[in-house]
Design a protein around this ligand. Structure first.
Ligand SMILES: [Zn+2]
Ligand SMILES: [Zn+2]
Length: 291
């Protein structure tokens, strides 16, 4: 079957060929490794790469930027036209904690927390693909895992599903986390002028429509072209605006929603020229959906 060979090719793409140091790969993935030289008993710069505080970790976090995971090559699966890894470090930690060292359990917990963070903040994932002997979680006499070869996959991954109640997680190669964000992603964003009408009626917005509009805008105000600012979580901020308000029965559709910088969003609502502005915004959206 064609599909099988395609799958084999995808796996070959990420097969590690050489043994690289974790520290180097983690740094190449964009994580600050300055603290690796700091051992408990004073700095030993020459041994930074073997600092036990870091070199056995399964997850590395650079706040707001990237999360790096060590994943086993043998656990990668082909799913359609991409690679995924289905993983549950929380469960692994519970299993391994019962029979073996608490260190592994803590490591697994930290990996689970890193997944939650990456999922919530939509951070890109970089994957260090490991090949070697995986240790068994159930067997108390199992040898520790040995990694013989490692590779930093140049392709970014993303968490495509995470179940907060169970810890089940699916990491997908090539999936992109959302790069854009609007006022409704923030708790304080609920005080927007078009959220309620005069009678207190709440309008529900389609999150998918907002995401499509933000993607169409590509991080720039669709009215003035000025880039939105970069948020604390690395995403680019613009505000989504219904050109014909929901309260006037405007459609919650891509053709009636525009991404604006905060300034132009306020203008669209409160300017003395808002009627003219509304017509202009309609033309802009019509043009961009027309091709
Ligand atoms: Zn603008
Ligand atoms: Zn608005």
């Amino acid at each position: 079957m064609n599909g099988d060979s395609l799958g084999e090719d995808m796996l070959k793409d990420v097969e590690p060929k050489v043994h690289c140091r974790v520290m180097d790969l983690v740094r190449n993935a964009g994580v600050n490794i300055d603290d690796w030289v700091n051992f408990r008993k004073g700095p030993k710069p020459t041994h930074a790469a073997s600092n036990p505080k870091y070199c056995y970790e399964w997850a590395f976090v650079e706040e707001g930027k990237v999360v790096v995971f060590n994943l086993w090559y043998d656990s990668m699966r082909v799913n359609g036209d991409t690679l995924i890894q289905s993983i549950n470090p929380r469960k692994f930690g519970e299993d391994v904690g019962k029979v073996r060292s608490a260190t592994w359990a803590r490591r697994a917990t930290r990996m689970d927390l890193a997944m939650q963070l990456a999922f919530r903040k939509k951070l890109p994932i970089r994957v260090i693909v490991c090949q070697g002997d995986m240790r068994s979680a159930e067997d108390p006499d199992a040898e520790p895992s040995h990694v013989y070869k490692r590779l930093l996959d140049p392709e970014p991954w993303a968490i495509s599903a995470y179940d907060f109640s169970t810890g089940d997680c699916i990491i997908t190669r090539g999936a992109e986390p959302d790069r854009y964000s609007d006022q409704f992603d923030e708790p304080m964003g609920s005080a927007q002028p078009e959220q309620r009408d005069a009678n207190g009626k709440v309008y529900v917005r389609d999150a998918g429509v907002r995401a499509l509009v933000l993607k169409r805008a590509g991080g720039k105000c669709e009215f003035c072209g000025v880039p939105g600012f970069v948020k604390y979580d690395g995403r680019t901020y613009l505000e989504t605006h219904h050109i014909v308000p929901l309260s006037e029965s405007g459609a919650d559709k891509v053709g009636n929603v525009i991404a604006l910088c905060p300034n132009h969003h306020r203008e669209a609502h409160f300017s003395n020229k808002r009627a003219v502005l509304r017509a202009e915004l309609q033309q802009i959206v019509a043009r961009s959906s027309g091709g």
